[in-house]
Design a protein around this ligand. Structure first.
Ligand code: MG
Length: 379
């Protein structure tokens, strides 16, 4: 099917407030369009072919990358977010291609060692504008990926770049490109990815938390949404072992959150008057929402994970080590910039050295960061 036909199909079949690839505001550097892929399909493909995407495989989500082969990595997390987001987008007649592209890109700017890594880098750059992974993701796709002789970065559509930045609170930050500083967003597809991210990590952190024995099934009875599932599972499958029960529960949790979101959002969308919708003005955030009861359960689940998993002594210890590595590397590259590869060193005259060091460190995988750190601290 030709691109023009695909664009026509989008116009005919997608919801009024969905993004349409034929109406994209385009790329920073104009390029001829592809004969049979839409602009958003092309965006998605560029993300998957990027180097930053492949590095996600060796970056920590929550459990350090070398702790076990079955825990989520940032790559498998990203893939879970993408499939959940696509299911929601398809059910709501939103643009699946741009939703998938946003999901696949959403963590490209993440540092090694998960939150602890981001936190530490932010602290180190405190007086220099700070560090934040969504903003860094824009730097990755606009500047740091080098794959085309004609332009820097991946030259993605405005809609994807705006979706990557999300609802950034400080759009006037000097690191945010000018064209995104006035973005109205977030698009409804961006909102879908945000919620899919949350559903994915809440559910898979419960799963990995149980697998690691940091969380226990008994503890989960404290939260109503898990208690409800566990009691039902116990009745239906009394002879199942704890592994099987865990799998059933996680599957049902995802389904419950997604179904509630889709049903609730349908109601809100149908109640909205579509006549005063302005596609250039972004979408009212209340369009995408859980019901009140599931919203409360979601909040309780997050709180539970924060207290019992993310703040668990084992995790805190790992986070402390991660901070030490990030801070050690930062100081090392600030005082000895010649230790960075040429592609970073060559930018030193043009950009401040703290930014170049942060770009280099943020792009590292866990194992590369550890190896670099050990090299510098030998003997
Ligand atoms: Mg994420």
């Amino acid at each position: 099917m030709l691109r023009e036909e695909l664009e026509k199909r989008e116009l005919e079949s997608l919801a009024l407030f969905a993004l349409k690839s034929g109406q994209s505001r385009g790329r920073r550097y104009p390029e001829p369009k592809h004969p049979y892929r839409t602009e958003f399909q092309r965006d998605r493909d560029r993300i998957v072919h990027s180097t930053a995407f492949r590095r996600l495989q060796y970056k920590t989500q929550v459990f350090l990358n070398d702790e076990g082969d079955h825990y989520r990595t940032r790559l498998t997390h990203t893939m879970e977010v993408a499939i959940i987001a696509r299911s929601i987008a398809r059910a709501l007649r939103l643009n699946e291609d741009i939703t998938e592209a946003m999901a696949l890109a959403h963590d490209l700017g993440h540092t090694p060692f998960g939150h602890a890594g981001e936190d530490e880098l932010n602290k180190l750059l405190e007086n220099k504008g700070g560090f934040e992974h969504n903003r860094q993701c824009i730097r990755v796709v606009d500047i740091l990926e080098k794959r085309y002789p004609e332009f820097p970065g991946l030259n993605l559509t405005y809609e994807l770049r705006e979706g990557i930045l999300k609802h950034h609170s400080d759009k006037k930050h000097p690191d945010i490109p000018l064209d995104l500083q006035t973005a109205a967003g977030p698009s409804i597809e961006c909102q879908v990815v945000n919620i899919a991210d949350e559903i994915a990590y809440n559910c898979h952190d419960i799963d990995d938390g149980l697998a690691s024995d940091i969380l226990s099934e008994k503890q989960l009875y404290q939260i109503s949404v898990c208690r409800r599932q566990l009691e039902a599972i116990q009745k239906e499958f009394p002879n199942s072992d704890s592994h099987m029960k865990r799998h059933i529960m996680v599957r049902r949790l995802i389904n419950e959150f997604v179904s509630d979101l889709v049903n609730q959002t349908f109601e809100i969308i149908n109640a909205e008057s579509s006549s005063d919708y302005d596609p250039a003005g972004g979408v009212d955030p209340v369009l995408l929402a859980f019901s009140d009861s599931v919203q409360n359960e979601n909040r309780d689940l997050k709180q539970f994970l924060f207290t019992n998993l993310y703040r668990h002594p084992k995790m805190v210890r790992a986070a402390d080590q991660a901070r030490q590595i990030i801070s050690g590397l930062y100081h090392e590259f600030r005082s000895n910039p010649e230790k960075m590869p040429f592609s970073f060193r060559e930018r030193l005259g043009v950009e401040p050295d703290h930014l170049v060091a942060a770009d280099y460190i943020a792009g590292m995988t866990d194992r590369f960061a550890i190896a670099e750190y050990e090299k510098n601290n030998k003997g």
